[in-house]
Every structure is written in structure tokens, then in C-alpha cells.
Design a protein around this ligand. Structure first.
Ligand code: ADP
Ligand code: ZN
Length: 520
């Protein structure tokens, strides 16, 4: 591996490998098919670029986003590595010229979009190449159980089968669920692959959830307190991006925006301005970010809750790719749930997959509600059960709130749900606890029940938050249906029978931003 280390210093100027890189490179060089699961920012690109330099011939890199290929190639040229790309932005003459030059051994890497593999012409042309390695970036796109399924990735397996000389294959992804891994191995036809998993933890990132914030005010204060830092603010819709962009511009900040409703040119310009530090705030939908290498992003704020933990962790993970501290803040509002539910409902997915998406959404909502350690929640979600300890420095570990005994309140909520025969959703339960006098309550005739108004000293929103927290901590659960119904779990039943106590952080009042404008 000395040779690889020398090349690392010579081309990239890095002193040493990051965890996993040396092993993955070694495996590919040996000719072993390799599946590498590394979190965003861990340094996947190097793991195929270095083998490409070391092996005779040209490496083919399959990468999903045409718009980014040019940047990736420019970056390689910047460090003196001969590489090129072929995609639909080129004329036929340009494609032919690049293929010709590749055949004559001019490039160590050739980037292509998966769609290209289906072209007969490309398949013909490629047979004459000495392919050293086939690298598949964002390999989870091949699986419909991943969070970013792209049908064009399904062309990769058949493409490999048709190659006269099968090269070694490296598949790279940040998604680690067992089904996705199995899909990648099966659909690409990896042969006895070595799998590397570098863990999902990003120790340099701080996680926090803001609940009930005035979001706009929070962002303005946060940005003012972090003037010189680069950051991304993700919002759920184009309209929200446009609005927030205007708010920040009016406040005088150097801000850009990015979403699928803008022209190619405008998007490229604002992306470049952000990478070059001409602007340091990017307001964007999730269309922004995949494959963009800006190592010094210091914060990622989610203005809305994303649709699942996979998307959240990938987007938040764009902070601190250089290993320096980064802050990942999610501003949660209850409307965010409605929007994501609506999007799942409207999607073309079959009912089984919709149920899967609802389940993932539920885990995302639980993240927003949990009073426990956020880092531990993330690690457990991604299957790292060893992470039993609280991290001590996420927004929840560090919020200064005392643990209090809320057993009595919890018992009231639980008995109300039992009295209602576990047939209703959060809103109605909150109404009954509050003793609300609305049409629905009257229609159901629940005013006679002993639990009616049993927590009337609480606000309606506080009651909903309390129910949500009991869900997030496992005392209650929600059915996975269009109109989720709240049920009492075994853990909740123990509380009702006085066999267990419920300790929770004091219900949070809408958080006010502290003096240094940070949540920590
Ligand atoms: P990923 O694709 O896994 O999200 P990248 O390959 O884009 O990550 O790498 C993220 C950042 O880390 C890049 O800026 C890259 O140059 C840098 N990087 C990668 N490997 C190393 C290393 N061994 N030492 C220092 N920085 C590295
Ligand atoms: Zn923590």
C-alpha cells in the first residue's frame, strides 16, 4: 500500500488515508469485487480514483448526475489526473472524440451516466477498451428500497454481463440497510465481494432539533451569528426556497438559491458561486448537494423535516466534510408531517412501498420528538446498536433541561386512550384530554367520560407534543395507515399498572435562541 500512499500525497496532498480507504483500495487492486458503505463525506471518490491510477487501462465511473460530471472532472484535472466524461450534454462528434482518446489510453478515468450504458453504440465502442475497474457511485440508486431509486441503474447489471472482459467492480454508497446491500450485490452481480463498512458516526457533527421555533427568526439570528461560515439551508418546496431566499437577501446576506424550477444556467451559477465562496449561504431544495464537494460547509439547517432519516443524514452530512466541526439543525414544525404524508399519498408507489415510506417517515418524526440523545438515535436507526451511550453534546444531551417524573400525566394520557378503545388519532385524544368542545367531540359523545378534560390545564399543542413524545419513547405507537390511530404498547401498559415510571425532559417551551444564537 506504500504506492497508494505515495500517490495520495503526490496527487491529493493528503498525509494519510481516512478509515476504510486503504482497505477498500487494497481490495480493488487485488481484483476483488468490493462494496463500500461509507457515510457522506468519508471520502469515497478517492477509493476508486487511486485504484484507477494504479491499474493499467481506464476506469469507468458510473455517476448519477450529469450536471456534476464536469465539476468532478475539473477537480481531477486540478490535481493532474487525466479524466473525461461522456453524457448527453455533448455532441456526437465530441462523444466520438472522447471515445477515441479513451481507446488510445489518454484517460485514467471515464465518467458516464447510467443511461449511457443502454446505448448500443456505446456498448460496441466500449468493448475495445481496456477497462481497469468499474466503479458505481451512489450504488443504492439501484435498489427500490433505497431512498433514491433510479430505474436507469438497472441497466448496469446487464451491461456488465455483456462485457467481453469483466473488470473488477467497486460499488459505493452511504446507505447501509441490509435490503439495499443485498440488492446492490445481486443486481450488479458482484462476485464474492468484500464489504467494507466504515460506520455511520460523524464525530465532528453536532445535531440539534428546534421544536416550535419561529423558523424565520431562528434562521436570521443563526446566520447573523455565523456570518463568515458557509452553510446550506434546506427547505421542502421551491416556493419555500424562494421565500426564504428573499428574506435573507433583504437582510443583506450573500445568499444563493437552488431548486429544480430554475434554469440549468442559473443553477450552475449559484452552485459555482457557493463553491467559490462568492456567496456563503445556499437556500435549496434537496435537488442540491448530491456529489457537490465543498468540504468547508459549517452548518446545514433543515427548514422543514425531510421525508426519512436516510435523506436527513445524507443532507445534514454535507456539513463538516473536512473533518472540522459542523452543526446540523432541524427546525421541526407539525405541518412538515402533513406535507410528507401528502407526498407519499400522491406518489405512484404501490401500497406495500407506501407503507414502507410511512414507516420511514414515522422514524423521522420520532427523531424530531425524542428527548433522548440524537446521535444515539441516528446510530441505532442505522443499525449500530453498540452505540448505547448518550453523546453528551447533541442538542438534546445539552439542552439544560432537567429530567422530571411525568408518570401521572402519562397515566392520564394512557387511560384516556384505553377508554377511547384505541380507536382515534392524536388530535382527537388531545381534544378529549383538553375537554375541547368541538363538533367531533360532541358527535362522539365523549363528554361523559371520566377522562374528558382530565388534563385541561395544558394547552392543546402541549398535549399533542406530550402524546408525540410518548410515541417517540415507546409508550404509545401509531398504526401505519392513512389515518394513524394511537395504541398503548406493552411498555405503556406497565405504566398504567404502576409498574414503571416515566421520566422525561421537561416539556420544552418554544425554544428561544440563546445569546450566542446557537442551540447548544
Ligand atoms: P463522499 O463521496 O464519501 O461523500 P468525497 O469523496 O467527496 O466524500 O470526500 C469528501 C472530502 O474529503 C473531499 O473534500 C475529499 O477531498 C476529502 N478527503 C478524502 N479523503 C481524504 C483523506 N485521506 N485525507 C483528507 N481529506 C480527504
Ligand atoms: Zn447526545
Amino acid at each position: 500500500m506504500q504506492k497508494a500512499r505515495d500517490l495520495l500525497r503526490k496527487y491529493y496532498g493528503y498525509a494519510d488515508f481516512r478509515p476504510g480507504q486503504a482497505e477498500i483500495i487494497g481490495s480493488l487492486i487485488k481484483g476483488t469485487d468490493t462494496l463500500a458503505v461509507m457515510p457522506t463525506g468519508a471520502g469515497k471518490s478517492l477509493c476508486y480514483q487511486l485504484p484507477a491510477l494504479m491499474l493499467p487501462g481506464t476506469a469507468i465511473v458510473i455517476s448519477p448526475l450529469i450536471s456534476l460530471m464536469k465539476d468532478q472532472i475539473d477537480a481531477l484535472h486540478g490535481v493532474g489526473i487525466p479524466a473525461t466524461y461522456i453524457n448527453s450534454s455533448l455532441t456526437t462528434a465530441e462523444v466520438n472524440e472522447r471515445l477515441y482518446n479513451t481507446r488510445s489510453g489518454r484517460y485514467k478515468l471515464l465518467y458516464v451516466a447510467p443511461e449511457r450504458l443502454e446505448s448500443e453504440y456505446f456498448q460496441e465502442a466500449i468493448q475495445a477498451l481496456a477497462i481497469s475497474l468499474l466503479a458505481i457511485d451512489e450504488a443504492h440508486c439501484i435498489s427500490q428500497w433505497g431512498h433514491d431509486f433510479r430505474p436507469s441503474y438497472r441497466a448496469i447489471g446487464p451491461f456488465i454481463d455483456r462485457l467481453a472482459n469483466r473488470p473488477v467492480i467497486g460499488a459505493f454508497t452511504a446507505t447501509a440497510t441490509a435490503t439495499v446491500k443485498q440488492d446492490i450485490i445481486a443486481l450488479l452481480g458482484l462476485k464474492r465481494p468484500d464489504t467494507y463498512y466504515t460506520g455511520v458516526d460523524r464525530a465532528n457533527l453536532l445535531f440539534a432539533v428546534g421544536r416550535g421555533e419561529n423558523k424565520k427568526e431562528f434562521v436570521l439570528k443563526y446566520v447573523a451569528a455565523n456570518k463568515d461560515k458557509a452553510g446550506i439551508i434546506y427547505a421542502a418546496t421551491r416556493k419555500e426556497v424562494d421565500n426564504l431566499y428573499i428574506v435573507l437577501r433583504k437582510a443583506g446576506w450573500p445568499v444563493g438559491k437552488y431548486h429544480a424550477g430554475l434554469g440549468d444556467d442559473e443553477r450552475r451559477k449559484s452552485q459555482e458561486a457557493f463553491i467559490r465562496d462568492d456567496i456563503n449561504i445556499m437556500v435549496a431544495t434537496n435537488a442540491f448537494g448530491m456529489g457537490i464537494d465543498k468540504p468547508d460547509v459549517r452548518y446545514v439547517i433543515h427548514y422543514n423535516m425531510p421525508r426519512n432519516m436516510e435523506s436527513y443524514y445524507q443532507e445534514a452530512g454535507r456539513a463538516g466534510r473536512d473533518g472540522e466541526p459542523g452543526e446540523c439543525i432541524l427546525l421541526f414544525g407539525a405541518q412538515d408531517i402533513m406535507l410528507q404524508k401528502f407526498l407519499i399519498e400522491q406518489s405512484v408507489l404501490d401500497s406495500e412501498r407506501k407503507a414502507g415510506e410511512f414507516a420511514k417517515l414515522k422514524s423521522m418524526v420520532d427523531y424530531c420528538h425524542t428527548p433522548a440523545c440524537l446521535r444515539r438515535y441516528i446510530l441505532e436507526y442505522f443499525g449500530e446498536t453498540a452505540a448505547a451511550e448518550e453523546c453528551g453534546h447533541c442538542g438534546n444531551c445539552n439542552d439544560g433541561n432537567e429530567l422530571v417524573d411525568i408518570t401521572v400525566e402519562a397515566q392520564k394520557v394512557l387511560s384516556c386512550i384505553v377508554r377511547l378503545r384505541e380507536r382515534y388519532g392524536i388530535n382527537l385524544i388531545a381534544d378529549v384530554l383538553k375537554g375541547a368542545k368541538n363538533k367531533k367531540v360532541r358527535q362522539l359523545g365523549v363528554e361523559e367520560l371520566s377522562v374528558y378534560g382530565i388534563l385541561k390545564e395544558y394547552g392543546l399543542q402541549e398535549l399533542k407534543d406530550l402524546i408525540n413524545r410518548l410515541i417517540a419513547t415507546g409508550y404509545l405507537c401509531l398504526t401505519e395507515s392513512e389515518y394513524p390511530v394511537v395504541k398503548v404498547t406493552g411498555q405503556g401498559a406497565a405504566v398504567l399498572k404502576d409498574e414503571a415510571k416515566v421520566w422525561q425532559k421537561t416539556p420544552k417551551r418554544p425554544q428561544t435562541v440563546t445569546k450566542d444564537n446557537s442551540l447548544f
